[in-house]
Write a protein that binds this ligand. Structure first.
Ligand code: SF4
Length: 495
């Protein structure tokens, strides 16, 4: 069956799932409620929006209270062992409460479900889990939901490669004003510590026309900010019938009317092209933020990690991107405790952090993932050594990030307001550089881009004051201040 037919078949199953949900509601005595929880990355968060879209379309209502849900679905992650343990812990709690919910459907999906040992464990130790499906089965969720609603036996569906992309099905976005858009699935890089290529499969790019059509549709629906998603967006286009590059795609996305900000995640340093750097400098809608995972500052470890670049290459990229976009915010991922890491290797990582001056970094202790090459390396770093290095790493990242974040003090910026703040009379949003800003406002501001002056740096975030009728025309990609240093000092004294 070709992909189009399989998608059409799912639309038919959605109709059947609706009928089955009506029967489910009769058994329950109320309209069924569903609770979807996302573990892990932005790819999973986007998948969960699709899962919720299908559930709502089938007649479920959303609840944020897991305890009152008639269907609980965990969209799992398996990049680190603690992500696995977290899911098992939560299942244990659900199992303890199942007397109160004899009809409840408990489902598991996502990356952990691509691991055969995890599926075996669910089969044996968690008999109340009645729906399990993998990352490649997301497109078939209407059919699987129908089966879970109508069949007495447990439903397991785990494919090992992507046959149909999970597109063209209903989506329930978390935010009305911003949205992730998958441009590709899977990864071909096989970094030696990473489980993703095994659980998400090989790289598959979507056709540019399909991506653009989705973004045009989102823009018509009020979306202002787009985040293009992929495990390695810089290699977008491989395998498509007509040649396409990520830089070319970005430029076309920036032309979509109504879209005001474009972001992307995640970039691999080995595939970051000059064309992309030029596009970042030239395209106004492209936000001046680049997340560029370095993982280690040691050439020896980068080689063992199979990253295909060295420290000098990474630093060269940083130089180029800062020359093109001076105010860019640079963030990264760093692993400590990779097998064989010596004090000298770790010192190289610390010195790289100081040399680059990251705006922020996601820091991780290496987690052994069964099936990856690094899991078999003999020289695993003892836990206490890895933890001690992790603490030192955090200090280095924090010190550098506070200094970097403070460079925008006094500058006016456009803030896309995302939510109300817990502090009454305040809202929270982000600058184009992805820095969190708290400013006076109300819920009517959510989804609006408002002008504000960043008055009060607090390490990783700012407090700001709103600016009406600003005459300042600051280019967010170059470093420019609307006020003199003296004015700024005076203002900060008044705070
Ligand atoms: S690029 Fe490396 S770290 Fe990133 S998903 Fe692929 S294998 Fe994992």
């Amino acid at each position: 069956m070709v992909a189009k037919e399989m998608t059409e078949r799912q639309m038919e199953y959605l109709e059947k799932a609706r009928e089955a949900a009506v029967a489910f509601a009769e058994r329950l005595g109320h309209a069924p409620k569903s609770y979807v929880e996302t573990f892990g990355c932005q790819m999973n968060a986007r998948d969960s929006e699709k899962l919720r879209g299908i559930l709502l379309s089938a007649g479920f209502t959303d609840t944020e209270e897991e305890s009152e849900a008639d269907l609980v679905l965990y969209n799992t992650c398996t990049v680190r062992d603690n992500a696995d343990q977290h899911v098992y812990g939560r299942l244990g709690r659900l199992g303890g409460n199942r007397k109160n919910h004899p009809e409840r459907i408990v489902g598991l999906c996502g990356c952990l479900m691509q691991e055969p040992h995890a599926v075996e464990k669910i089969k044996k130790s968690y008999p109340f889990v009645n729906l399990v499906f993998g990352t490649h089965n997301l497109y078939a969720f209407p059919e699987l939901l129908f089966r879970a609603l109508t069949e007495p036996k447990r439903v397991f569906a785990i494919e090992t490669k992507t046959t149909v992309l999970p597109e063209s099905l209903p989506v329930a976005r978390k935010h009305g004003f911003k949205s992730g858009v998958n441009i590709m699935y899977g990864c071909d890089n096989f970094c030696t510590y990473c489980i993703v290529p095994y659980v998400r499969g090989r790289e598959v790019s979507r056709e540019p026309e399909d991506i653009l059509a989705e973004i045009e549709h989102l823009a018509a629906d009020g979306v202002k900010e787009i985040m293009l998603l992929g495990q390695n967006v810089n290699s977008y286009g491989k395998g498509l019938a007509l040649p396409a590059t990520f830089a070319g795609l970005l430029r076309r996305v920036c032309r979509v009317e109504g879209i005001e900000r474009v972001r992307f995640m995640t970039s691999h340093p080995k595939d970051l092209s000059d064309d992309l750097i030029i596009a970042m400098a030239e395209e106004e809608k492209l936000c001046p933020h680049l997340h560029l995972p370095v993982q280690s500052g040691s050439d020896r470890l980068l080689k063992k990690m199979n990253r295909h670049y060295d420290r000098a290459h990474y630093l060269g990229l940083v130089e180029k991107i800062r020359a093109a976009v001076p105010a860019i915010s640079l963030t990264t991922d760093i692993i400590v405790g990779f097998p064989g890491e010596t004090e000298e290797d770790f010192g190289d990582t610390l010195s790289l952090i100081r040399e680059v001056g990251f705006d922020s970094a996601f820091t991780f202790i290496y987690s052994k993932r069964t099936g990856t090459p690094a899991a078999g390396y003999p020289d695993q770093v003892p836990d206490e050594v890895a933890h001690a290095r992790f603490d030192r790493l955090l200090e280095a990242v924090k010190a550098g990030a506070e200094e970097r974040c403070g460079r925008f003090a006094g500058q006016e910026m456009d803030i896309l307001v995302e939510e109300e703040n817990r502090q009454q009379g305040y809202v929270t949003g982000r600058t184009p550089h992805n820095i969190v800003v708290h400013l006076p406002g109300s819920k009517e501001d959510i989804g609006q881009i408002v002008r504000a002056r960043l008055t009060d740096p607090r390490g990783f975030y700012y407090f700001a004051e709103r600016v009406m009728n600003s005459k300042c025309t600051v280019d967010s990609k170059s470093i420019a201040f609307c006020h003199s240093e003296e004015q700024r000092d005076e203002e900060s004294r008044q705070l």
